[in-house]
Ligand binder design. Structure first.
Ligand SMILES: Nc1ncnc2c1ncn2[C@@H]1O[C@H](COP(=O)(O)OP(=O)(O)OP(=O)(O)O)[C@@H](O)[C@H]1O
Ligand SMILES: [Mg+2]
Length: 601
């Protein structure tokens, strides 16, 4: 498979229109809706039947009734013809409806499954795959599978049968005239082949451009503030413009071939009509065929070329669908986040069973990228109910430690224990339920303030939610918002200040009442009043709870029971504030630097 270290493959290849492995995969999705597929095939047969009978009726009308002056018979045929076209209309619209329904039903299932799968993928996967690309998977790639149904690829076998049917009827009506008419078929096939290859290349280029446009657009929109601040609009516009031009070029190529192809096929069709009139006319004169047969032939050739024209379109649709399936299969093959492992010894001896919320790191090693170690054997214990501060230079690996604790990433070596139990043996769901994490950059969803605190957890009552907000003193600013707790938060919380977002994140953590609190403090300094509020909120949050606080604020650090200094992937120092000051090492230095800054404020 083409994914791997670089993530789910790019939209580059567009090869086979049929791949047994991918077809089996696709069939797996179609299977639950096979009754719909069956129905569309039945309808297709019905449509083809009433279509094929029409030229025949015309022939009968001309030969048997018109030329013999039989008005009653002509009326009957007219009625039959009307019935045939009404039938065609009815069956055709039903067929289209059923085919589109099938497509929608399949992609609904597929989208659901994809989204559920994405939700289970580990953090590493999202490090590797840009958001724009994943959005393309769930939208464009799924849509190209829908095309398979909408364009009627399902009935492609039916198209072939229909072609054979027309060939059969024509041969039966008049073999020689049929053979003369078919002389244009090789010309048509050669032209189709010629254009198909070129159209495919143009289409492939177009897809690639579109994927790049999506990715660029996503990044440009996400970073719009920055672009505006640094006046990078022109530069970014130029970049976007270049991609757009490439897309236009590919699109133009595709359109040119497409229109040429249609025109050429029309032309070949007309050529065959000319052949029929020329050769058939001679046969009429010599009395070999009737006038009705000639007209029927002209009608049949029209119906003969239509499926041929559509076949090449369907071929392209299938190629695109196969390419999309390939990427979707690769995405679905991504390993979901590990669950609870059963192959490890769960409980470690020598730990008091009454302990609730004791955290231990045992010689933990970790890296995101090979050769770039972040943690080189970190060991420490946070006793139940204690508040430990984790400090260190930027990039020391503090946030990484909090991610390891909730199993967003797994240590490459060593163990993390919760109450003496290796956390790898716990279900991530259960583990995370016990931990309240306040992330370094708070994230809010679109929705109300209340929903952002409770995350729509029905276990959290309105009252408990409000109490949590009061406890961390977030209620003051919430009350000032229009609508209070029902105030609408915009995407990513863009209509709230950083401090407000942090207070909400605290309220959320408290509302969930976790056993263990992991708090990644934002570095941003807030005003002294808010600072005091956050401090008292913190005191509330950490009371009686095991807390690991990644601290940047002096006040937080000093009030911790113990302080860990992370440096060069190791716990460099471990002790109380007083002990570490007495050691006069890294911590003392950090502290003096910060204290100096604080006093200047
Ligand atoms: N998703 C990631 N993929 C690759 N490398 C990463 C990833 N996240 C962090 N790193 C790297 O790991 C190292 C530790 O990062 P981490 O976020 O843990 O630092 P930190 O101590 O929290 O820093 P800060 O005080 O700035 O928040 C950094 O060198 C960083 O570049
Ligand atoms: Mg950090």
């Amino acid at each position: 498979m083409k994914h791997g270290a670089r993530g789910v493959s790019e939209e580059s290849v567009l090869g086979k229109a049929y791949d047994a492995r991918l077809m089996r995969w696709l069939w797996g999705w179609v299977r639950p809706h096979r009754h719909l597929v069956g129905l569309s095939i039945v309808l297709f047969v019905a449509v083809s039947g009433v279509q094929l009978v029409q030229p025949y009726l015309v022939m009968v009308a001309i030969d048997r009734y018109m030329l013999r002056g039989n008005v009653a018979g002509l009326n009957l045929i007219a009625l039959l013809f009307l019935a045939a076209i009404l039938g065609e209309f009815l069956f055709r619209s039903l067929e289209i409806y059923v085919m589109e329904r099938t497509g929608q039903a399949v992609i609904l299932d597929l989208r659901r499954a994809l989204f559920a799968h994405l939700q289970r993928l580990p953090a590493r996967f999202f490090d590797r795959n840009p958001v724009g690309r994943l959005v393309t998977r769930v939208t464009t790639d799924v849509e190209s599978l829908n095309e398979v149904f909408a364009s009627g690829v399902v009935t492609v076998a039916g198209d072939l049968v229909k072609l054979l049917g027309i060939i059969g009827v024509m041969l039966w009506l008049d073999t020689r005239l049929a053979l003369v008419t078919f002389t244009v078929v090789p010309v048509m096939l050669a032209l189709s082949l010629f254009f198909r290859v070129r159209m495919r290349d143009a289409y492939r280029r177009m897809r690639l451009c579109l994927a790049r446009i999506n990715a660029t657009l996503h990044e440009a929109l996400a970073g719009m503030h920055l672009v505006q601040l640094f006046n990078r609009q022109d530069r970014q516009y130029a970049e976007f413009e270049e991609l757009n031009r490439a897309h236009l070029a590919a699109d133009t190529g595709s359109v040119i071939y497409d229109s040429l192809f249609s025109a050429v096929i029309e032309w070949v069709g007309t050529l065959s009509v000319a052949l029929i009139i020329w050769y058939g006319g001679r046969e009429i004169i010599s009395g070999a065929i009737t006038f009705g047969v000639l007209v029927a032939f002209i009608e049949y050739t029209q119906r003969f070329f239509q499926p041929i024209r559509e076949l090449s379109t369907k071929y392209t649709v299938m190629q695109a669908a196969m390419a999309s399936s390939e990427r979707l299969v690769a995405l679905m093959a991504e390993q979901p986040e590990a669950g609870a492992r059963t192959d490890l010894p769960a409980s470690i001896t020598g730990v008091t069973s009454s302990a609730r919320g004791e955290l231990t790191f045992e010689n933990v090693h970790f890296h995101y990228q090979e050769d770039e170690p972040v943690l080189n054997g970190v060991s420490f214990t946070v006793e139940a109910g204690r508040k430990v501060a984790l400090v260190g230079f930027t990039g020391a690996g503090k946030t990484t430690i909090s991610k390891l604790l909730v199993r967003l990433y797994e240590p490459t070596a060593g163990r993390i224990l919760l109450d003496g139990v290796d956390i790898r043996t716990l279900e991530p769901r259960n583990l995370r339920r016990r931990m309240g994490v306040v992330l370094q950059d708070s994230f809010l969803f679109r929705g109300t303030i209340a929903a952002n605190i409770t995350l729509d957890d029905p276990a959290i009552t309105r009252r408990r939610m409000e109490e949590a907000a009061c406890a961390v003193q977030a209620d003051r600013f919430i009350r000032d918002l229009s609508g209070g707790y029902d105030h609408q938060v915009q995407s990513r919380g863009s209509n709230l200040s950083t401090g407000q977002k942090q207070l909400l994140a605290f309220a959320r953590a408290l509302a969930f009442d976790p056993e263990i609190l992991i708090l990644d403090e934002a570095t941003s300094s807030v005003d002294p009043v808010t600072e005091r509020r956050i401090q008292s909120a913190l005191a509330k949050l950490t009371r009686g709870r095991t807390s690991l606080i990644i601290a940047h604020r002096l006040s937080t650090i000093v009030s911790a029971d113990r302080i860990l200094v992370l440096h060069q992937g190791l716990v460099h120092e471990d002790g109380t504030h007083a002990q570490l000051l007495a050691r006069d090492d890294l911590y003392a230095r950090l502290y003096r630097l910060q204290a100096g800054r604080e006093s200047r404020k």
